[in-house]
Design a protein around this ligand. Structure first.
Ligand code: SD4
Length: 333
């Protein structure tokens, strides 16, 4: 981090809990109509389109979020989800995913290998097992036994990036993990979290990722963990997260966002509260790291907030119109 970045971070940090700096002021989500589908990052727009079509075709909310999450999972150019994800430091691509409805349905997998559609395996865990969460070899075997096609998820591009990384093997879980591009560069495509809502205010969500690039083998992030990467509660709202998973997991981030909504805050205010909590709790330790939350309530109000500029999210309304918004951030850099 440059001195300039450091100064701006310190100034913003000093303001946490007090008057917020200019950059931190919540920008109202320019939304005339209630949202039907929201998802993280600009590539969420393509996921929303597929999820929306599934809803229109009579699919359930779970069908919609699963179908949406499958879009980046199948995209080999997206290096943080599914096929083409960057591997762990030993060269294995391992996937984490969770799917959840607002009636207590939950399925998750972590450290899944050789199956592109981790979200579908997560759904199968929910629907075909007495469990909510399978990990590692057991998850991989379950996917195979369920008939999911098996293939290597390591693409030539991702393997090259890993081999380049091995030259220094310097692990820095910063917002821009490759540390080569400006923060917020459109190519910094991360984990997808997607939330869907129907006219009756019922909710479901999904979150899927290959996790932090070059992580330790066996590392599991926030994404597949209920209450960290995703949380949905009937009559209250849903939330999903992206960014450095450890910073979300240590405070059960999305469970907190939803708890804040339960206490009466809007989705926007709830996301802001939890981002500020992370900054307050972690201080200097989260310098340069990104964490973003995205939330929706049963009325279709949307909120998003993050630590650093660069987090975007896609909102689709009941007519199928999608707009990608930049989230307001606590820090300027
Ligand atoms: C993780 N939250 O595994 C995910 C990855 C991510 O920006 O969103 N990276 O920590």
């Amino acid at each position: 981090m440059s001195d300039l970045h450091r100064r701006s971070f310190m100034t913003a940090l000093a303001a946490v809990g007090g008057a917020l700096p200019l950059a931190a002021r919540a920008r109202a989500v320019p939304q005339k109509d209630a949202a039907t589908i929201v998802s993280t990052w600009d590539f969420g727009a393509a996921a929303n389109a597929v999820a929306f079509a599934r809803l229109k075709a009579g699919g359930s909310l779970l069908d919609a979020v699963e179908a949406g999450a499958m879009v980046p999972e199948a995209d080999p150019t997206n290096h943080s989800v599914g096929l083409g994800g960057y591997p762990d430091r030993d060269g294995h691509v391992t996937l984490d995913a969770v799917i959840m409805d607002d009636a207590g349905g939950v399925g998750a997998v972590a450290a899944l290998e050789d199956t592109v559609h981790a979200i579908s395996v997560a759904r199968r865990v929910m629907e075909k097992t007495p469990h909510t969460f399978l990990v590692g070899e057991g998850a991989t075997r379950f996917a195979r036994d369920q008939g999911f096609p098996q293939q290597s998820l390591l693409t030539p591009d991702a393997e090259k990036a890993w081999r380049d990384w091995l030259k220094t093997a310097d692990y820095r879980p910063e917002a821009n993990i490759e540390n080569r591009r400006p923060l917020g560069d459109a190519r910094d495509h991360d984990t997808i979290g997607i939330l869907a809502r129907n006219a009756g205010g019922r909710l479901a969500g999904a979150c899927t990722t290959s996790g932090m690039a070059f992580k330790m083998r066996g590392r599991v992030g926030d994404s597949p963990q209920v209450g960290s990467g995703l949380f949905v509660e009937r009559g209250v709202g849903g939330a999903t997260s992206t960014g450095v998973g450890e910073e979300v997991t240590r405070i059960a981030g999305t469970a907190r966002v939803v708890a804040s909504m339960r206490a009466g805050r809007s989705p926007q205010a709830a996301c802001e509260e939890v981002v500020r909590h992370i900054a307050q709790l972690r201080g200097d330790a989260i310098r340069g790291m990104q964490v973003g939350f995205l939330a929706i309530d049963p009325a279709g109000r949307v909120g998003a907030f993050c630590l650093l500029p660069g987090f975007t999210y896609a909102v689709t309304d009941a007519a199928g119109r999608t707009v990608v918004h930049p989230a307001a951030s606590l820090f300027k850099s």
